[in-house]
Design a protein around this ligand. Sequence first.
Ligand code: CP3
Length: 360
Amino acid sequence: MSELKNDRLLRALLREPVDMTPVWIMRQAGRYLPEYRATREKAGDFLSLCTNPELACQVTLQPLARFALDAAILFSDILTIPQAMGLGLYFAEGEGPRFERPLRGERDIVALAVPDPERELRYVLDTVRLLKRELAGRVPLIGFAGSPWTLATYMVEGGSSRDFTRVKTLMYEQPALMHRLLQTLAEAVTHYLNAQVDAGAQALMIFDTWGGILTPRDYRLYSVDYMARICAQLRRESEGRRVPVILFSRNATASLEVLAAAGSDALGVDWTIDLGEARRRVGEHVGLQGNMDPAALYAPPARIREEVAAVLASFGHGSGHVFNLGHGIAPDVDPEHLAVLVDAVHELSKQYHGERSFDI
Ligand code: CP3
């Protein structure tokens, strides 16, 4: 296994000293890049791209060829697990993800089987193995999965939702059945993430996109508790290094302390909280990843640099920060604007590391 040449991401997630703040971007391989659109065209559609290891590897590497990013993230989707469970995933143009066979009752839920990653999700692991070879230790590779709660919302709603009526009805009417579904998904996610580590992933992230639609009490019971179970069962070491785990719940900064106690190394944070405040609240226990407003990338370069500077200043001196957006990059952002962001993070963050980081 080749040695890792740039380990800033892993170090910052573990709050170990770095020379500058590492940066990567959620959805960094995506539609804002013309070369991504070309490869997707070649594949036919998004799902065919995900299931083709060569092409998935190619699009994973595209943003790294353009920008000085400190990490690669596996090109895939959180909905590969429900797809492997037989729900029939498809993407309707302009509508986002949909399932042909959403979960419609107890019978569907008790019939769900935990997929064997090397069988039903082999294409993802093949992509990870291919990527590890192609990356040759340039930057670490992040593997990922959806949180049980977030996966459950898609599986019960049948796709994206505005009001989450079905999944909330299930939760309030049949809590035991809801817990059964989440338990099955937690097992599936655990096996899937461990298989990604075995295949070569060097950090892991769990996307809990819809944790924030729950009351604080239900957030703990139905979202965080299952992420905590997963954290407790993940392989946390590979190739002689710790494999850091990042938990990201969107719109849930009110419960930051609850998430920080779930057993991860770092938390992803959206832009609804000042990063300095997040650090004061949980920075003793976890690293932080985020949290620039993705819409700031629509601004001209000088304004983007100001915004980067503000996020860096908000975190302040010392390690424990991975720069990212508070959510995925939008498809209509000018790629040149991302170049401005990445270069600004590296240039402007040097002052927060080194000797001076001991001042605080
Ligand atoms: O971050 C990365 O670069 C890695 C790849 C990645 C994708 N999806 C690729 C993708 C990751 C980490 C995801 C996670 C994901 N997928 C989440 C959690 C993160 C989040 O955004 O909150 C969710 C909720 C999904 C489900 C999903 N997949 C949705 C809602 C959509 C539709 C989005 C849209 O704008 O149409 C997708 C499709 C998807 N996943 C795309 C990409 C690049 C766009 C597909 C395309 O090429 O048309």
